[in-house]
Design a protein around this ligand. Structure first.
Ligand code: SF4
Length: 316
């Protein structure tokens, strides 16, 4: 069942050099209990696309057009008061740095109880039980005791677990996890991903995972949107994308993983365009070994290719 649908989203920035578009006609959907990964290099638009869902864009950014349908309503048209009922309660954010969400001056328990009271209206022992249960669900040992701890007493991985517990305590339906494991070591990364996968399966929570790490995506995501220069260039089920990628950029990203596995580290030659560059044609053409004349003139649209959605003139 479809819980969220982003339709033809266009977002730009008002910069000193004028309006610059950052997100071009981005569309994707999320089913209940599904993990959608949005992947791509830094600056490709993954975070801007998802922050649009929560209306947490920087001041200079503006949504030019599009729809974000949640529970049959276009939440892009919601005002801040309406969004407060959704943000953190129905759609929760797990940021890269958990300290952007945790207050160092208050105990973990205080902070959990505050969100439970705010979003669920529970107080006293009832709220306490929900908080302890949420910490146990994310496998924090001695949950009751840990309620008294301050964030600095927790490791990076434990702080991320607390943020996930806050989402669970509010009965969030969707979690947006923005590079949630980037700052963690590999073993802790795997533990956090295991917890996200478990809550997705056990509680039917939908997850949007933003990452540049295709290794994590391969092991955890159900569906993948590959972004480049503010566009989705390939959109496919996990198995399809990893076994049979279609877009030259996806193929290049996968080659980078393969090379890392064989310890022969390579990167994709060249750099992605910046938002202020004037791009003509396919934005990947300066880096693409399959570039044709048409690629320098016309930006390809997404179309169905062998079970994937792909934006590339090779399939015209
Ligand atoms: Fe390469 Fe052309 Fe496809 Fe762009 S449209 S990815 S330049 S082949």
């Amino acid at each position: 069942m479809n819980i969220l649908e982003v339709k033809n989203l266009n977002v730009g920035f008002n910069l000193s050099e004028g309006y610059r578009q950052a997100i071009y006609n981005v569309s994707f959907s999320l089913d209940k209990g599904e993990m959608l990964a949005i992947v791509g290099e830094s600056g490709c638009g993954k975070t801007i696309s998802t922050m649009s869902i929560l209306q947490l864009l920087p001041e200079s950014a503006c949504v030019k057009s599009g729809e974000i349908i949640y529970n049959n309503e276009n939440i892009l048209s919601f005002n801040q008061k309406q969004m407060q009922k959704i943000r953190g309660k129905k759609i929760a954010l797990i940021p890269q740095d958990p300290m952007t969400s945790l207050n160092p001056l208050y105990t973990i328990g205080n902070q959990l109880l505050e969100v439970i009271e705010l979003h669920q209206g529970l107080k006293g022992q009832e709220a306490m039980d929900v908080a302890v249960k949420a910490l146990e669900r994310v496998k924090i040992p001695d949950a009751k005791e840990k309620m008294k701890a301050y964030p600095h007493e927790f490791s990076g991985g434990m702080k991320q677990r607390v943020i996930i517990a806050m989402a669970l305590a509010c009965n969030a339906e969707i979690i947006i996890a923005d590079e949630p494991t980037t700052a963690l070591d590999v073993t802790v990364q795997a533990q956090i991903m295991d917890i996200l996968k478990e809550i997705k399966e056990k509680y039917n929570i939908s997850i949007i995972l933003i990452t540049h790490d295709l290794g994590i995506v391969a092991q955890n995501a159900d569906k993948i949107a590959v972004m480049y220069a503010g566009r989705i260039v390939e959109y496919a089920e996990n198995k399809k994308l990893f076994e049979n990628p279609e877009h030259p950029y996806t193929k290049a990203l996968l080659n980078v993983i393969l090379d890392i596995n064989t310890k022969d580290v390579q990167t994709i030659e060249g750099h992605p365009p910046s938002i202020t560059d004037d791009i003509s044609g396919c934005p990947f053409h300066p880096r693409c070994s399959s570039c044709m004349d048409i690629c320098t003139e016309i930006d390809p649209c997404l179309k169905y290719v062998q079970g994937s959605m792909v934006a590339c003139h090779l399939y015209d």
